[in-house]
Write a protein that binds this ligand. Structure first.
Ligand code: BMA
Length: 256
């Protein structure tokens, strides 16, 4: 399918790695001009893409990045909020600093980017990378789970307040092979390559695909959602979760 994103200016937060980097590539492959805003260096540069260094939790940095984009491109057609962090603790062990750090990147950063990009977006699409954890929860991730649930509210508010001019969707990945997930595996089992691989396959077996996702499998769905092929989609949450949320892990009597 030719998604025909030629000439579209696409801003991607966290475009330097993980799902964000895959989104940059998928959008570029469909002809868009991707611009990353991130405070980390790209692991791999997408040819033709631009990289602006900026911390999305800092209003001044967001204003700076957006005015740079305004000056060089004059408009924004697509915004993908892909920047995200996860830290691990149940509520009673989550101090305010941790809670604020996670909410700041995952929610406030997305909010600030949307607010500042809106004046440059006459018509367009905004995608918030949420999670299966927008509907459900893993243990020991209170701040992250809260932040990913919040992104659904932000998504619906934007879809409602700026539709039909702007479509806004949440994309909810399951476990995807990103630095965030690799880091979680190391925190659980340590640095041993074998044990990390075993942990990742264990997580993979929890998905109906029998494996975790690849970043490009999320990137391509996002490119589709940004295109006119998805023109009747807005306000909703799109699962890209390998079936992780489609079943209940409770046994039933077997019929033979
Ligand atoms: C994501 C992250 C991953 C996790 C996945 C499925 O949002 O939290 O670390 O594997 O959800 O729970």
């Amino acid at each position: 399918m030719d998604l025909n994103l030629r000439g579209k200016v696409a801003v991607v937060t966290g475009g330097t790695g993980g799902i964000g980097a895959a989104v940059m590539k998928a959008l570029r492959d469909e002809g868009a001009h991707p611009v990353s805003v991130s405070n980390t260096e790209p692991t791999e540069r997408v040819p033709g893409a631009e990289y602006i260094n900026g911390d999305i939790t800092d209003r001044g940095a967001v204003l700076g990045a957006v005015s740079e984009i305004k000056e060089s491109m004059g408009k924004v057609d697509i915004l993908v909020n892909a920047a995200g962090i996860e830290e691990y603790a149940p509520v009673h062990l989550t101090d305010e600093a941790m809670f604020r750090r996670v909410m700041d990147v995952n929610v406030t950063g997305a909010f600030l980017m949307i607010r500042e990009v809106l004046p440059l977006m006459e018509q367009g699409v905004i995608i918030n990378v949420a999670s299966v954890q927008s509907f459900s929860a893993t243990r020991n991730a209170a701040a992250y789970v809260t932040s990913k649930h919040a992104l659904l509210g932000l998504t619906r508010s934007v879809a409602l307040d700026y539709g039909p001019r702007i479509r806004c969707l949440a994309v909810c990945p399951g476990t995807v092979d990103t630095p965030l997930v690799r880091k979680a595996a190391v925190l659980e089992v340590g640095n041993s390559e074998d044990r990390v691989a075993e942990k990742i396959s264990e997580w993979g077996r929890a998905h109906l695909t029998g494996r975790i996702g690849r970043p490009e499998e999320v990137g391509k769905v996002i490119a589709f959602l940004c295109s006119d092929a998805a023109s009747f989609m807005t306000g909703s949450a799109v699962m890209v979760d390998g079936g992780l949320l489609s079943y209940i892990p409770i046994s039933t009597p077997e019929v033979r």
